[in-house]
Structure formats: C-alpha cells, structure tokens
Design a binder for this molecule. Structure first.
Ligand SMILES: Nc1ncnc2c1ncn2[C@@H]1O[C@H](COP(=O)(O)OP(=O)(O)OP(=O)(O)O)[C@@H](O)[C@H]1O
Ligand SMILES: [Mg+2]
Length: 734
C-alpha cells in the first residue's frame, strides 16, 4: 500500500490520505482523479478506517465501474464484486431489488431502456386515444424524464396552463401503467430509491450507518436528483456524523448539461457541506506536452470556468497531426491506412481510438475498416446498420426485393402506424399458418377489416416496387424513405433523437451511393438488380466482424462515450464547422462552450499521438456539404501541429480542384442531393452571420449548388436550421 502512495505526487497523496472529512478534488483531465479515488478506497480499507462493505463508489459508466473493481482487486485481498461500486442506475437497481417490497415493486420488476420507455408511452397514448400529434410521444418522454430528474412526481408538478395540465395527467397515467406492468424506467430507478430512503426511516438509517465513505467520480455531470440522492445517503441527521463525501470532477469536462447535469453541484457541495478540503491536481500524467498544450489552448477560449491549468513533465512528444482530406471517403481511407501503419509498428489495435462528434459519422469509417479487414468495436451506440430506423428502412427495401420476407413484413407492416390492430395481425398470422404461405401472400385470403387495412400496406409495397424499378439505387432509397412515411414519422419527433434518426436515414442514401460506385455495376445502374446485393452487404456489415470485448480491436465511439478513457493514439475526425461544433450549438454561447468542453474531452483522451482530420466535402445525411474548418482546429496553436496535407488558407475551404481524379471508391455519379462544387454565394461565405426578414439572424453552415441553384444551410437558432435558395431568400450580411 505504501508503495501505491509512493507512486503518487504530493497533492495526490494528500488527497488519498485525507482524514475522514468531506473533500472535493477539482482537477483537469488526466491529472489522476480516478486513480486518486480508487487509491483512496484501497487506503481507507487497508488502514482499517472502513470495511469494504462501508464504501459506496459511484462511477459514470459500467466500464469504469469494472475497471475500478479490477484495480482494487489488484491492490487488496477483497472481493470487489461484493462492494458497492457502480453507476447511479446500477446501485439503485441493487437497492430496489433488495427492498422491492418496501419500494412497492415485485422482485422481478423489469427495467425499461429508453426505447422501451418510448414504446410504452406510445402504447399508453393509443389506449387513451390521445392525439399523438398534439402530444408527440418523444416530447412526452422528455417531459416525464425531466420531471423525474428534478425529483417531481405527477401529483407535484405545478401546471399553470391547459397543455401542461394534460401532460401532467398523461404523466400520471404513465406512472400507473408502469406500476401495473411492474416496469421501471431509468430515471425512475433513482427517484424510486430516493423516495424509498426518504420515507423509510429505519432503512435510511441502516444505509446511512453502513456507508461511511461515499465517493463520486465525474461529479461535474451529476444532475439535481443524483446530488439529492447522495446528500440523503450521506445523512448526518439528529446529531449523527454524516458519511464522508469524496467528490472528484472537472468543470471543463461537463458535457451533459443538455441532459440536466448541473455543474453548479460542485459549488453547492462545497458550500452546503462546508467542505474543508478542496484539492487541485495540476500535473497531467496522461498526455505528452503538445497534446496538453493544445487542450489548454482550446479550453482557454471558454469564459465559464472555475479555472485551472495543467502541466506535464513528459516532454513535448509528437506534434498533433492534421489531415485535410478532399472528401470524407478520402479521410476514412487515410485514417485506416494510418491505423494499419501504427499496428505494423507494434501498437495494439485496442490502444487506438477513433472519435467523432455524431454517430452518423461512424458509417463511413466502419465501412473502410470493414473493407480493409481491420477488426473494430463500436462503443455506446449501435453499429450503423443495426440502428432501429435503419433496420426499418431496410425492411421496406427487403420487402421490395422479396415480399416473402416475414420478418421484414412484421417489422414495418404497422410502422409508421397505419392503424393495423393486433387482432388483424393475429388473423393474418393464423391464415398464413393455414395456407402455409408468407404473410404478404396471405393477405389476399383475408376478408373484412384486416383485408382492407393490411391490403393497403401490400398495395404500398407494390407501388414502391414499380416506382423504384427504373431509378438509380440511391434515388430508389430516397423514394422509399419518403413514400413509406418513415421520414415524415421521424420528422414529427422534434427531440434530438428524432433528428439523429433522420440523419441516419439519409445516411443510407450515402451508403447506397458508395455501394453503387464500388460495385462495378453495369450501366444503367438501376435499382432492382443491385438491391439484393446492397441488402446483403448491409446485413453482412451489421452482423459479422463485430469483435468481442476480448479481441484486439480498434475502438470507435462518440466523444461523449470516451469520457474518462485514454488511448495511446486518438483519431478525432470530422473537425468541420457545423459538425464539431455541432450546427445546433452555433447560436448560443452556452451551446458553444459545451461543444468546446467536448473538444477538450476529445483531445485529452490521447496519450502519445493525436490526429485530427477533416474533409473539404462530406457526404452526410444524403447530401454533400462543404463546411469550413472547425474553429476548434484554428484554436490549436500552429506550432503544435504538423500538417500531413498542404495547409490551405483557412477560411472557406477550397473546392476540389478540377484536375483531381476521383479515387476508385469515390462516387462516380453525383448522389441524389449532391451538386457541383463550384459555388458562387453572392459575396457570402460559410460561417458568416446573416439576417433574414422572417427568421432573423442566423449563421451559414453549409452551401450547395451554384448560380441560380445555389442554396445555403442556415442555422437560425430557435427558429431552426433551414435550406434557403440564395436567388430567392433576401439575406443581409450582419
Ligand atoms: N502519480 C502518477 N504517476 C504515474 N501515473 C499516474 C499518476 N497519476 C495518474 N497517473 C496515470 O495517468 C493517467 C490518467 O489518470 P486518471 O485516469 O486517473 O485521470 P483523470 O483525472 O481521472 O482523467 P479524466 O479527467 O480524463 O477522467 C492514468 O493512466 C493514470 O494511471
Ligand atoms: Mg477520470
């Protein structure tokens, strides 16, 4: 044990060996916060100040909890599985299972993940005959979860207008439905435990006496209810000594404010508990100097900071490598080549991470990795072709290619909802068994209402088949997305999630475009002969090649999912305005500062090598976009970087030069929505602020087309993001 402390620096050792009092460790990335927290648990146990059962430690992800357990097992002769180390959700689940009766739940209550929860809400709305146009399920879900995260039950919501009163009534109905069906959603796990402990005094005292040390990692991302929960468990009632709270966090890494995380909890904690020990750690052990300097320089542009600096004695290390590709395809190919070179030089694949801001970027990368036979693993998110909305879209295509595909039929016959009832489907399934034929073929044997409702669906598929027969594959996909109602369905879902799903739908068009370009298709490349191949390609890419956890695989994830992790080499791609910072954040300072913190998290994941890349044109969501270089890239001091491609002048990116010959995998024909690059934006440029008579002030985030066809993509903040024709819209520079 003393050995372990000997490897720590002075401040770290002081934090680990603090007396039994509250403490706040406020420190930047890679300064050893998580290591200090883990070592403190070991030290407390080893010095006999607490038993392993007396410790409660909260981590942010299950992966982090497992790592902490493994480190403890290496330091101490204890069974860390028996200890209370886990995420808020995991720990609450454990408490509720142990005291399910007191919590009013059957022992085998089921947990609803976010998708299940949404399905439950939809079902509820249907049963109650509620118009889901007026009360979109996803908004209702957001409302309910928001209330629960504030610790507010339906009965306690203050509703001053009719709309809110209706929502609250639905919240109450939803609570009743969950209770009837014995299911618990994510925020409910926390709220239920919180209520259990606050109402049940003996139980509360039991746990307050038991957990004498409560340690929380990533404290900057706790929400209000989580903080209340910690306070409740810490106790300190009626003259009893409270448990010692040991919280570690970094305000510069607070990246969940959009979900209700309150960085103010750090200050509230310090104030409310009169925390006697606030320790700052300033030495970074993770990253080489250049990487750290870049991170410091980037975050210095934020104004809302508690303020701290990081230094390292590891030497400056390698420069940050910057690659500016012509297209996203070029970017992905370069990236995979570079990954392979690193692996040849002896780096483990699992020490290499590819990070991106938005999930939609993973498809192109996955495709390149897959084609090159590099095993990879996608964390915290499904692989592209496994995502629900993508599977729905593929199901329509599968029915066009093969009407007898019953799985595809069942998946979309009533999605988007077309009022086909469970009874009708049962009748169809029974008849299919009797006639021993596929669902599709059986519809003609039905009669009455089922025949009419399901018959209309069959008719839709027939129409789709005819309409797409002579279209090029990407256009066929586009057509199906529209006519199936899928696009409209996800468009009606205004929350973040709905947008992301829409983006993923459009991404299938990009996939089809690339597939056609690569498949040596005979001219004319009309959809139908290619469709089956494309679908096979999609299911292959979805199923196989997903390396399992033990495999040595390159790690792909969003920046959000990378919090707390570290890798020898990090590739951060898509560094373009509109992508990172994300276009939805451009209008508000808070939004931009949260994006910058996210950038800081991304950069500080790298130990030795950091690559940042961008593409001058990117096919995303079915459209070719020409974005400006990300301001975050411009915020990295030039002396720290090494450009692998000629450094362009910055500002608006150059269009691909006319002499550039497309590489083999680049699209041979323009995609549905792609336009020729030579643009004349009538004196405007991407990144510029403009005023529109109706929408107000916005920022130009992308452009396409030229001459009288030129269109610009403008983010008007609260007014939304719009495509406007330059020749029609009157835009004044501001
Ligand atoms: N005193 C030390 N000597 C050597 N290595 C250290 C020391 N302290 C921390 N490290 C190493 O530095 C790396 C970063 O530590 P850790 O993950 O605990 O930082 P962190 O502050 O939790 O980072 P983040 O903010 O990203 O969560 C780890 O590999 C850790 O083992
Ligand atoms: Mg950490």
């Amino acid at each position: 044990m003393t050995d372990l402390i000997a490897t720590l620096n002075e401040e770290q050792a002081r934090a680990v060996t603090l007396p039994a009092q509250h403490a706040l460790i406020l420190a930047g990335a890679g300064s050893g916060k998580t290591r200090v927290l883990t070592t403190r648990i070991a030290w407390l146990i080893q010095t006999g100040q607490v038993t392993p059962q007396g410790v409660l430690a909260v981590t942010f992800t299950n992966k982090a909890a497992k790592e902490m357990q493994a480190r403890l097992a290496a330091m101490l002769p204890v069974n860390p599985k028996a200890m209370w180390i886990g995420t808020f959700h995991g720990l609450c689940n454990r408490l509720l299972r142990a005291h399910h009766r007191e919590a009013g739940l059957p022992q085998l209550f089921q947990i609803l993940d976010s998708a299940d929860q949404l399905a439950a809400i939809k079902r509820l709305l249907k049963t109650l005959n509620v118009d889901d146009e007026k009360f979109p399920p996803r908004e209702l879900q957001h409302f309910i979860n928001g209330q629960k995260e504030q610790g507010v039950r339906a009965a306690a919501v203050d509703a001053f207008d009719d709309f809110t009163r209706r929502r609250v009534a639905l919240y109450a109905e939803y609570e009743a439905q969950c209770q009837r069906e014995a299911v618990v959603d994510f925020p409910e796990l926390l709220l239920r435990t919180y209520e259990l402990l606050s109402r049940n005094e003996p139980l509360r005292h039991h746990y307050q006496r038991r957990f004498r040390h409560i340690l929380t990692d990533e404290f900057q991302d706790t929400n209000k209810l989580q903080y209340q929960w910690l306070k409740l468990l810490a106790g300190g009632e009626e003259g009893e000594a409270p448990a010692c709270l040991f919280c570690v966090g970094d305000d510069d890494q607070s990246i969940y404010r959009f979900r209700g995380a309150e960085v103010g909890n750090m200050l509230a904690f310090e104030r409310e508990f009169k925390v006697p020990n606030v320790i700052r750690l300033e030495q970074n052990y993770r990253s080489c100097g250049n990487i750290l300097d870049a991170a410091n320089a980037i975050i210095a542009n934020n104004t809302q900071r508690l303020g701290k600096e990081l230094w390292t004695d590891r030497g400056e290390g390698e420069p940050i490598r910057v690659y500016e590709a012509f297209t996203d395809g070029d970017e992905a190919r370069w990236l995979v080549d570079e990954v392979q070179a690193l692996v040849r030089d002896g780096m483990l694949r699992s020490d290499i991470a590819i990070l991106y801001r938005a999930n939609a970027l993973s498809r192109g990368l996955e495709h390149q990795l897959f084609s090159a036979g590099v095993s990879y693993r996608v964390y915290g998110g499904l692989r592209f072709f496994e995502r629900q909305e993508v599977k729905h879209a593929l199901a329509y295509l599968r029915l066009i290619a093969n009407p007898d595909d019953d799985t595809a039929f069942a998946r979309v016959v009533n999605f988007p909802t077309r009022g086909i009832g469970a009874r009708s489907l049962e009748a169809l399934q029974d008849a299919a068994r009797t006639y021993n034929s596929s669902l599709y073929a059986t519809v003609s044997h039905l009669s009455g209402k089922p025949r009419a409702s399901i018959g209309a669906f069959v008719q839709l598929i027939e129409t789709l088949r005819n309409a797409t027969a002579s279209l090029p594959l990407p256009e066929a996909v586009d057509h199906v997305l529209d006519q199936s109602g899928l696009r409209a369905h996800y468009e009606s879902q205004k929350e973040k999630d709905g947008r992301e799903r829409l983006e993923n739908l459009d991404e299938i068009i990009s996939a089809a475009t690339n597939f056609v370009a690569e498949s040596e298709a005979p001219e004319p490349d009309v959809a139908h002969p290619l469709l089956a191949d494309f679908l096979a390609h999609a299911s292959l890419e979805a199923g196989d090649h997903q390396a399992d956890a033990t495999d040595d695989a390159v790690q792909l994830m969003t920046v959000h999912a990378a919090k707390g992790l570290e890798f020898d080499a990090v590739f951060l791609c898509g560094l373009e305005e509109g992508l990172f910072p994300h276009e939805n954040s451009l209008m508000e300072t808070d939004g931009l500062e949260e994006e910058r913190r996210l950038m800081y998290v991304a950069v500080t994941r790298a130990r030795q090598r950091l690559y940042v890349s961008l593409a001058q044109s990117r096919m995303l969501h079915g459209q070719t976009r020409y974005n400006m270089r990300s301001r975050f890239l411009e915020e990295i001091p030039e002396a720290l970087t090494k450009w692998l491609t000629p450094r362009t002048s910055g500002g608006q990116m150059q269009a691909r030069p006319a002499y550039f010959t497309p590489s083999p995998a680049a699209p041979r024909r323009p995609a549905v929505a792609a336009r020729a690059p030579g643009r004349d934006l009538g004196g405007l440029r991407i990144g510029q602020n403009v005023r529109h008579a109706r929408f107000g002030v916005g920022v130009i985030v992308a452009a396409e087309g030229s001459g009288s066809d030129a269109r610009v993509h403008i983010n008007f903040g609260a007014q939304g993001v719009k495509w406007l024709l330059l020749s029609v819209a009157k835009l004044d520079p501001v």
